[in-house]
Design a protein around this ligand. Structure first.
Ligand code: ADP
Ligand code: ADP
Length: 229
């Protein structure tokens, strides 16, 4: 079933007396459990799209419907609740807290959302059993990214939003991370949305949304997405 719908979404930024239209009448839907890659060159509007979907910024006009709720009508307080409940963010540079251990980074979410988190079990599920008490600096880049994925999925959000999740990693580790995200989509019915400029990631996706100059260029369904392993 449909989890996300963008209807005629416009996003304009004001800088001085100049208005820049970063999102220009964008329409698409994303199904529950779908593995979606949003592809586009630098400046296309990928970050803008993630920020709108993640409730970090508000659209200028149009509708953003998630689980039947109209996100575009939410005030700041409602957006904060929406983010906590629905959205797990995964960033290119992990955004882990350096003076907290892996398990403390994962369990941090307990205080933010009212949900019980078994940090150890979540770390095990991303292949990090035995690393629970290490600090980020003691982990490799791939391991740090897995901690950040564990943190994002721990609260079981409706969607995982990933900004270039393999961007800072060498290709071997990038494949492992992509494999983990694909597994989460296939086996746990997590909706995974990746924005990237890397066309190779598109082969693994159920759906590829290409954007350019703030507009949808193409939406393609992969009947047989490439299994990453
Ligand atoms: P990337 O292309 O790696 O996703 P960003 O999304 O951070 O990088 O930035 C994309 C473009 O948007 C850049 O040209 C950047 O200068 C511009 N940009 C990002 N944030 C702002 C801002 N707050 N004000 C003005 N321009 C911005
Ligand atoms: P991408 O992530 O694909 O690189 P962005 O969504 O960051 O693209 O940017 C899309 C356009 O919006 C760019 O022209 C960028 O400069 C502009 N932009 C992004 N964020 C801001 C901002 N906060 N203020 C002004 N312009 C912005």
């Amino acid at each position: 079933s449909t989890l996300i719908e963008f209807k005629d979404v416009v996003k304009e930024y004001k800088s001085g007396d100049h208005i820049l239209r970063a999102m220009d009448n964008v329409n698409f839907t994303i199904d529950e459990g779908e593995f979606v890659v949003i592809l586009g060159p630098s400046g296309a509007g990928k970050s803008t799209l993630l920020n709108l979907l993640g409730g970090l910024d508000s659209a200028t006009s149009g509708q953003i419907v998630v689980n039947g709720e109209h996100v575009e009508n939410f005030n700041d307080n409602e957006l904060t609740k929406y983010r906590a409940k629905n959205v797990g963010f995964i960033f290119q540079f992990y955004n882990l807290i350096p003076n907290l251990t892996a398990i403390e980074n994962v369990e941090l979410m307990k205080d933010i959302v009212d949900v019980n988190i078994d940090g150890k079990a979540v770390l095990n599920s991303v292949g990090l059993a035995g690393h629970a008490n290490q600090f980020p600096a003691q982990l490799s880049g791939g391991e740090q990214q897995r901690v950040s994925i564990a943190r994002a999925v721990a609260k079981q959000p409706a969607m995982l939003l990933c900004d270039e999740p393999t961007g800072a990693l060498d290709s071997n580790t990038g494949v492992l991370i992509l494999n983990l995200l694909q597994d989460m989509s296939n086996n746990r019915n997590t909706t995974v949305i990746i924005v990237t400029h890397n066309a190779i990631l598109a082969e693994a996706a159920d759906k590829v949304i290409r954007i350019k100059n703030g507009q949808i260029e193409d939406i393609a369904i992969n009947e047989h997405p490439k299994k990453v392993d």
